[in-house]
Design a protein around this ligand. Structure first.
Ligand code: PMV
Length: 307
């Protein structure tokens, strides 16, 4: 039984979204996780995930291992006492710890394929809260945006704890994603922001309010077919993320390089401190923005159209 899940990118509102402000995120289908569950002739549940060099039997993994915990949760949910012998193959083109949602994508694809294999196929509405539980195990206090955009595979305007809202693009636009190649743990940047927020609550609440405004205007610009207005909003959002201390010299270098190459705006995306940034580009300049990102040290670029 095969299933897959896309990557994602947060367009606006990361970090502020943890404090119940709105954020916008879209799936990135150029990168994905693919999972295949097969009957096995050897005893046990064997997991193969070559990208993280994992070839292990379920029982040999700690129960809080990201992949083991998904499998154990499903076995428990379905009340299975006699576990079948299985091979689970996981492959991924989403870089790990880079803000493109690799963890949530593994959970979504694994739940989809394993639940179908076990004759309990789950709907997106059932999968989403399960993935959120797994995200909590590994990220502390996630907002839930990653699991939502990846489970439903559609653009979302996300406010923590509120029903999922999607949005339409009035006119397609092109973004160029650039990877610093530096893995960064979202849990750490989210934890650091929390400490700063506790120390200086009014200051941080004001930043979050400004970001909430940006997300709101960005959504309107996208829906009304004026994506060119996003460039300025991206620059403003990036400056606020810098104030929150979650940018890094490498991210700033890529943002500047994209702008110098003609991008209309650029910002980091996700937890920050490393991982990915993206820039808004005209279709005609996207290629040169991507080249400029590589020259400035990006380890990989993805040009994607949001439509
Ligand atoms: O680093 P990512 O792409 O998983 O995104 C994290 C986004 C944050 O807002 C920083 C945290 C969250 O849980 O929403």
């Amino acid at each position: 039984m095969k299933a897959s899940a896309p990557g994602k990118i947060i367009l606006f509102g990361e970090h502020a979204v943890v404090y119940s402000r709105p954020a916008l995120a879209v799936p990135v289908t150029q990168v994905h996780v693919d999972v295949e569950v097969l009957d096995s002739s050897r005893p046990g549940i064997w997991i193969h995930a070559p990208v993280i060099d994992l070839h292990a039997e379920l029982a040999s993994l700690p129960s809080d291992h990201p992949i083991a915990s998904v499998i154990l949760k499903l076995i428990q949910l379905f009340g299975i006492s006699q576990t079948p012998d299985l091979e689970i193959n996981i492959s991924s083109t989403i870089p790990v710890a880079s803000g493109l949602g690799s963890g949530a994508a593994v959970s979504v694809a694994l739940i989809r394929s394993l639940s179908s294999f076990l004759f309990h196929p789950l709907s997106d509405d059932e999968i989403n809260p399960l993935v959120y539980e797994i995200e909590k195990l590994h990220h502390g206090t996630p907002s839930g945006i990653d699991n939502t955009v990846i489970t439903y595979n559609m653009p979302v305007y996300f406010i923590k704890g509120q029903p999922v809202e999607t949005f339409k693009t009035g006119k397609p636009f092109t973004i160029v994603i650039g990877d610093t190649g530096i893995p960064a743990l979202t849990k750490e940047s989210v934890g650091d922001v929390r400490l700063l927020w506790l120390r200086n609550t009014t200051y941080f609440e004001n930043i979050f309010n400004e970001i909430a405004q940006i997300s709101l205007i960005a959504r309107r610009s996208i829906e009304s077919g004026k994506p060119e207005l996003l460039g300025e909003l991206m620059d403003q959002n990036h400056a606020l993320l810098q104030e929150m201390t979650v940018s890094s010299p490498e991210l700033d270098r890529l943002v500047t390089a994209a702008k110098n190459a003609g991008a209309l705006g650029a910002k980091l995306s996700g937890g920050g401190r490393g991982g990915n940034m993206f820039a808004l580009a005209e279709q005609a300049t996207a290629e040169s923005v991507a080249n400029a990102l590589i020259s400035a040290g990006a380890t990989r670029t993805i040009i994607t159209e949001i439509s």
